[in-house]
Design a protein around this ligand. Sequence first.
Ligand code: AR6
Length: 176
Amino acid sequence: MPAATSDRIQLLKGDITNVTADAIVNAANSSLLGGGGVDGAIHRAGGPAILQECRQIVARQGGCATGEAVMTTAGNLPARFVIHTVGPVWNGGHRGEPELLANCYLNSLRLARERGLNTIAFPNISTGVYGYPKAQAAAVAVKTVRDFLAQNSLPQQVIFVVFDEENLRLYEQELA
Ligand code: AR6
């Protein structure tokens, strides 16, 4: 159920593995071989086809650097593709974390645009295990997406998927 909307940005609360979009974004790690949090949920729900393609990418390019993004099948998920991006670990904010987090959103959006995708759904990258302060992460996410949408016609629609009440409140404020 939409919690707030502007023209091309939608806010949803819930499990991103249930979201129907051309692509959902995974908050992965640089090994691309799975983990906990949203990464674990996506691999569990999507099945082994996702890991199989991640392994091929690792064999080809040796993983994924922080801020970069790669795309695989979404396996059994309702989405068509998973875009795996690697958020920064929060280290106090003076190690390029804001730029690296912005790159996650930017490179995921660029990949979606290159593949002609209309809809993309983002989780709150880095705000779990990686410890990025939620308010600062929400500000980076919303600004980066807004700026990109202002310059690009694809993707048409961006969905922010929040999993907890605190992020719901923060995104409602940022999008108001
Ligand atoms: N749907 C939507 N959001 C979710 C879901 C879900 N099913 N599950 C958790 N979240 P995290 P990170 C939210 O820790 O901080 C993994 O082990 C969660 O509440 O998943 O980028 C990777 O392999 C939080 O707001 O990702 C990496 O090693 C947000 O997703 C590491 O964690 C991100 O939390 C990445 O850490």
